[in-house]
Design a protein around this ligand. Structure first.
Ligand code: GDP
Ligand code: IMO
Ligand code: MG
Length: 429
């Protein structure tokens, strides 16, 4: 039996939360390894809906959960989320949740800088304004605060002085008042006793789990097309979202990440700015958005919608390291008489089978489609392969062919149980 790493294979919101919750039944530990509360993972169990941003989706099944060192953590948001899920009946205590001691903290000044930049930019990125980019910048710039710093409050003033030395120059440039060091220290002193009980070592716990033969599920956030290296730069997030990041962002060997499951929506969506070759700014796009309830989990923004882009997913399966996919939201395509799939692009009249790295070229791509006959029956809530209309099966098989990766799971509604297992991702291949 292998571990499993789950990543998004498009632009996010593919249904990672649903699939991770479903898989976590058969894992003992669930670990987040990058991103922060820019993520919004929805889990529906019967009449209950959970929206998780920082908590690993395993908490819904009461699984031991780790927020790895690769995650940037807003401690106030973390406590708020623990409170929210607590009110919904899930108790998250230090017995089940560990926050990696070496995870970087997202502070109010990061959110502020994120907002200042977006406001001032002529070409906006459309970030979630959660301070994610600025926090990763401080991490790489070696001036960030980390969770462990909350255990040594006396060291805070010197660390904050160093941090503000950098931020105040930027704030001044944006015409904003300097950050208040005393207020920040006071806020951190106040929150520290509530966060410290959760702080521990991700790498040591996962090493012990490996020795004990426990199965681990690594939970990616965002998606490969938002990856800082492999995404549609600069319209990306500020972390690596590919499977390899699970090792660095949790403190395990690359050999421990196991089978990589890419989550793929049966069509394409994107929230925020940036190129989107198959975007439909017409009735069909509206219909996909309506049927799929495509509104951002974190910001409530309307998601842009379009047909399935096989060129992109073929590429993200390679750059992301995907072994097999979970194809979600097949039910949203119910009732379309014709479904289109992008098989390649034209760039200035030339055929192209991949996404070019140049942003200007990305913006000029013309998608070329193959039309596939839709189905009249319903796939909604289907729980077995045999329940699917013949044309829906054909669609799934064509997607597999075009992207060059097998479908391992199929999802036919938001609900946990409406999931079809084609092959078990936990089985060693
Ligand atoms: P994530 O960020 O990848 O976890 O995805 P989000 O939770 O942001 O967005 C996916 C949305 O689609 C959520 O509202 C899910 O409840 C919903 N969803 C997941 N799988 C399916 C599916 O197979 N069919 C339908 N109709 N909705 C789904
Ligand atoms: P999940 O895990 C979809 C997008 C933002 C913006 C860009 C940069 O729910 O799939 P950031 O705040 O990260 O600096 O924003 O990335 N973005 C997401 N889009 N799903 C997400 O997460 C996202 N997290 C960030 O909309 O375009
Ligand atoms: Mg989401």
């Amino acid at each position: 039996m292998a571990n499993v790493t789950v990543i998004g294979a498009q632009w996010g919101d593919e249904g990672k939360g649903k699939i991770i919750d479903w898989l976590s039944n058969r894992a003992e530990i669930v670990v987040r390894f990058q991103g922060g509360n820019n993520a919004g993972h929805t889990i529906v169990v019967g009449d209950k809906t959970y929206k998780l941003s920082l908590l690993p989706s395993g908490v819904v099944q009461g699984k031991r959960s780790i927020i790895g060192n690769g995650v940037v953590v807003d401690p106030w948001s973390l406590l708020e989320e623990i409170g929210k899920v607590g009110a919904a009946g899930l108790t998250v205590t230090p017995d089940i949740l560990t926050l990696a001691e070496n995870a970087v903290l997202v502070l109010p000044l990061h959110r502020e800088l994120d907002a200042m930049r977006e406001e001032a930019a002529s070409q906006k990125l459309g970030t979630t304004k959660r301070g994610i980019g600025p926090a990763y910048e401080d991490k790489v710039g070696r001036r960030a605060l980390r969770a462990i710093d909350l255990k040594d409050l006396n060291s805070l003033p010197a660390k904050i002085e160093r941090l503000l030395g950098h931020h105040n120059v930027l704030r001044k440039g944006f015409g904003h008042p300097e950050a208040n060091a005393q207020a920040l220290i006071a806020a951190l002193r106040e929150i520290a006793p509530k966060i410290v009980p959760f702080i521990g070592s991700s790498w040591r716990q996962l090493d012990a789990a490996r020795r004990a033969g426990k199965r681990v599920l690594f939970e990616g956030a965002q998606a490969v097309l938002l990856d800082i290296d492999h995404g549609t730069y600069p319209f990306v997030t500020s972390s690596n979202t590919v499977a390899g990041q699970a090792a660095a962002g949790a403190g395990v060997s690359p050999r421990q990440i196991g089978t990589v499951l890419g989550i793929v929506k049966s069509y394409t969506t994107r929230v925020g700015e940036g190129p989107f070759p198959t975007e439909l700014k017409d009735e069909t796009g509206e219909k996909l958005g309506e049927r799929g309830h495509e509104f951002g989990t974190v910001t409530g923004r309307k998601r842009r919608c379009g047909w399935f882009d096989a060129v992109l997913v073929r590429q993200t399966c390679i750059t992301g390291g995907v072994d097999g996919i979970a194809l979600t939201k097949l039910d949203v395509l119910d009732g379309f008489s014709t479904i289109k799939v992008c098989t390649h692009y034209l760039l200035d009249g030339q055929k192209l089978d991949h996404l070019p790295a140049d942003a200007n070229e990305q913006a000029r791509l013309v998608p070329v489609y193959e039309s596939i006959e839709g189905w009249s029956g319903s796939t909604q809530g289907a729980r077995s392969w045999a329940d699917l209309p013949a044309n829906a099966v054909k669609y799934v098989r064509r997607v597999e062919e075009l992207i060059g990766a097998p479908v391992s799971l199929l999802s036919t509604s938001p609900d946990r149980d409406d999931t079809i297992m084609v092959s078990d991702p936990f089985m060693d291949r």
